[in-house]
Design a protein around this ligand. Structure first.
Ligand SMILES: Cc1cc2nc3c(=O)[nH]c(=O)nc-3n(C[C@H](O)[C@H](O)[C@H](O)COP(=O)(O)OP(=O)(O)OC[C@H]3O[C@@H](n4cnc5c(N)ncnc54)[C@H](O)[C@@H]3O)c2cc1C
Length: 436
């Protein structure tokens, strides 16, 4: 039997790949997304020789999520990109259970209760359950044609719905909504983005970046309504036909995409009495308040070493780096999480890349030309460089990752004139060599 992308899937609701049948005295990873799959790989790389069970509630072999709002949306024939080939699970002795949901953590019995009245014993659990789209209590939000995007199943539904309609309304001016808005406008749809804040990317990017994104999207035909909310959705025969704004404007819509952020999947932990506050609270080794239960990825909330603030980051970098660290914790190492955060997004002809955290920034310097659609914003807190946001300047981003990891802050006055790479290299020469 094949799925709609031609890949073989199990006839049964549970597809198991791998060859370990005994699930005792081992590590069980809940959630087979970016964080979960990397955790399984890293456990083996770190020499963990107990059983590794990876449980995911989707029926697909684990796949990359970022392309779902990018390449996958552009091409009706695009298939999901697998995170790892099927052989990776078999060869690594990773017992992959798909189509299986973990429903409860029994801490005292040291077992997980799964859908279908199944149970798995554990020594260690890594919760890599990710997040899910935030829903809106909006009249009409249960109409057909009102969709949000997290999984490949959602992406297929959006792709199909958009193929058959002229007018699309996107609720929320965040990365995912804007990526899809740009793609659908390019494909000839009439797209309106409705954002409650006074600008796009309000939680995610500097005003100068948001203004640039706005002007390019508008030039490509996307209509952007800020300071605006949707009061209700209207339907005909059970399908959405319009969205009505707070000012009473009726926007025709055959597809309404809700992209107003995500909420962490932390209920499993919370029900087990594990500390939760906008995600599962973890220490620098990714241990929750119950040390044998670790949490990583979109669902983990931790004190960030760079900003000192409690954060929950939603990025592939955060998910995979925390997974590597969790594997080291389980294999007895005590490293602390010190990765520099980075992120990317593709909106129309703009590759946006961010490195660092912009919280508390008190000075920003723009290098490059917005008119050429190529510029970077260097953010400082006092004299310290804390974040770089780039549009189509990947070299700034890559150098920024190295500079922030090393703790190098170029003089803001020389950013535009100096060769930054040479400045950084000269600084590195002067640094004391760490004892081996
Ligand atoms: C459309 C889209 C585009 C994105 N674009 C970018 C981008 O350009 N750049 C970037 O850095 N990041 C991007 N992200 C964010 C990035 O994909 C996430 O930060 C990353 O997937 C987080 O990894 P995770 O493993 O924590 O969660 P996920 O990858 O979501 O994996 C969690 C998995 O756990 C499963 N699960 C949940 N509960 C249970 C349970 N009880 N039992 C079993 N399984 C369970 C979920 O179904 C899911 O499969 C994007 C996300 C989306 C949805």
């Amino acid at each position: 039997m094949s799925d709609r992308d031609g890949r073989r899937v199990s006839r049964h609701p549970i597809l198991r790949v791998g060859n370990i049948g005994i699930m005792k005295n081992g590590a069980v990873i809940v959630g087979a997304g970016h964080a979960g799959v990397q955790a399984a790989a890293s456990l083996r790389e770190e020499g963990f020789n107990g059983s590794v069970t990876l449980i995911g509630d989707e029926n697909e072999l684990p796949y990359h999520k970022p392309p779902l709002s990018k390449a996958f949306m552009k091409d009706a024939d695009a298939k999901p990109q697998m995170l790892r080939a099927e052989a990776f699970y078999t060869n690594g002795h990773i017992d992959l259970m798909l189509g299986s949901s973990v429903e409860q953590i029994d801490l005292s019995g040291r077992r997980l209760d799964l859908s279908g009245d199944r149970h798995i014993a554990f020594d260690r659990v890594i919760l890599a359950t990710g997040s899910r789209p935030r829903t809106l209590a909006l009249p009409g939000s249960d109409l057909a044609g009102v969709l949000s995007l997290r999984s490949v199943a959602d992406a297929r539904a959006i792709r199909e719905a958009s193929a058959g309609c002229e007018d699309v309304v996107v609720l929320g001016g965040g990365f995912i909504g804007l990526e899809i808005a740009a793609t659908l406008a390019l494909g000839g749809r009439s797209v309106v983005v409705v954002e409650a804040q006074d600008r796009l990317l309000a939680r995610a990017a500097a005003p100068v970046i948001a203004a640039h994104v706005r002007s390019r999207l508008e030039a490509s035909g996307v209509r952007l309504l800020t300071n605006t909310t949707i009061e209700r959705l209207e339907g005909q025969s059970g399908h959405v036909v319009a969205a009505v704004t707070s000012s009473g404007e009726r926007l025709p819509a055959g597809l309404v995409l809700i992209g107003v952020g995500v909420v962490p999947n932390s209920e499993l932990a919370e029900a087990a009495g594990i500390a939760v506050a906008n995600g599962i609270r973890v220490d620098p080794q990714m241990r929750s308040s119950q040390p044998e239960i670790l949490a990583i990825g979109d669902n983990a909330n931790y004190r960030h070493w760079l900003s000192g603030a409690d954060v929950r980051l939603e990025s592939v970098q955060n998910a995979t780096d925390q997974a590597r660290l969790a594997a080291r914790t389980i294999t007895g190492q005590e490293d602390a999480y010190r990765s520099v955060p980075w992120f990317w997004s593709d909106i129309g002809d703009m590759k946006l890349q961010m490195v660092g955290l912009a919280a508390g920034v008190d000075r920003s310097v723009v290098v490059g030309e917005a008119a050429e659609n190529r510029f970077s914003v260097f953010h400082y807190l006092g004299d310290r460089l804390i974040c770089i946001e780039s549009v189509n300047r990947p070299a700034d981003h890559m150098l920024g990752r190295k500079m922030l990891a090393a703790g190098f802050s170029p003089n803001p006055a020389t950013l535009a004139s100096d060769d930054l790479k040479a400045q950084f290299a000269a600084w590195q020469q002067l640094q004391p060599v760490e004892p081996a």
